[in-house]
Ligand binder design. Sequence first.
Ligand code: HEC
Length: 145
Amino acid sequence: MSQGKPSGFTKQAARNIFYGGSVFFALLFAAIVFDSEHKIPERSNAQNITESVVRGKKIWETRNCIGCHTLLGEGAYFAPELGNVYKRRGGEFIKAWIKGQPTGAPGRRQMPQFDLNDQQLNDLVDFLKWTGEINTEKWPPNIEG
Ligand code: HEC
């Protein structure tokens, strides 16, 4: 080495550790990304997307449910998580709930009336059922978000 006394840990060694470590972790990162990508099809539940699920998602979007609720952890924290609401409550409860809003119950946050017909309610339930069957590895961890 050009500078000073020889020592066990040279500049060259530091450089090698730096480049070697960078390459190692870049490859590890690529491998983990590949592994995750590979598992998406079996976790996404995409094979169960029916026409009613698609219609239900449109209602979900156009009525801005996400403006108050979270779905699989994403959204607003004003109202309960709905990714698991089908499992927690079932389809009949969900339809009756939506029809019965606002409850006017004192001291509780209110949800608006959306005036949905039976077909729209069924579509929404199908969408929420489908969402609940996505394998999120138990995300979100808190049952009501
Ligand atoms: C303005 C805010 C707001 C919007 C928009 C909204 N909600 Fe809600 N929702 C609430 C609140 C607040 C509650 C909880 C009320 C309570 O517990 O008394 C609730 C509760 C619910 C529940 C019952 C949840 C449970 O855990 O029992 C369902 C199902 C639901 N909402 C579905 C929807 C759907 C579907 C949409 C869109 C069409 C929607 N909400 C839009 C505020 C909202």
